[in-house]
Design a binder for this molecule. Sequence first.
Ligand SMILES: [Zn+2]
Length: 246
Amino acid sequence: MRFSTDALVIKETNVGERDRLVTLMTRNMGVIRAYAAGAKSIKSKKAAATGLLTYSNFLIEKKGENYRINEASVINTFFSSGTDIVTLSISHYFCELCLVLGPHDSSSSEEFLRLILNSLSFLIKNKKSPQLIKAITELRIAAISGYCPNLIACEGCGKFEDEKMYFKFKNGMLLCDDCVTDDDLIPIDLTIIKAMRHIVFAKFERLYSFVIPDDAANILSQITENYIKIQTEHYFKTLDFLNSIK
Ligand SMILES: [Zn+2]
């Protein structure tokens, strides 16, 4: 079977002297691994198109369970020699989020890819806080991939807002001051709750169009990061690196 798809390269591994094995976040079939023969040769058109963080069009052949890339051409790249280390590290982290949480079928493939491409594009433009883009991406990915927290109201009494609200990471729920029973929970600011609600519920076209102060964005980013880690129980090595350079 032969087909064409647009996809972002989220992992590349060199195989021998000439070839590459790449993992692709595709538009219509989720995350797949494909073999790119000759892709390490500088002369090959496949070389640039199969590089990490490159968005390309691929002509792929499927034989049994194996995918082979016959042709590839670059649509857009999300790195350059001038990319700063924080931007690059967050971009690598987005790739790892796709590897861990990306779908393996067509179900949410397009939505997932669209989110990642937009987030990478905002990161590169450098007009919004990278921590805010990171938080938007983490929480929206959680929502797409079955880890959506309940942010509508207090889980205990249904109160929409209270002076003091708490977020319980393990259960992904809000609790008000009257309903909270754990004494180790810390209150979460209303600005942050509103931002989280926006990220989960906004139409995609409106997803990135809100502003919060930088210090609030940093707190939000810490919360969404912890939420992803606790919910998936996955160790993200790219995140460790990001936190070591901040
Ligand atoms: Zn309550």
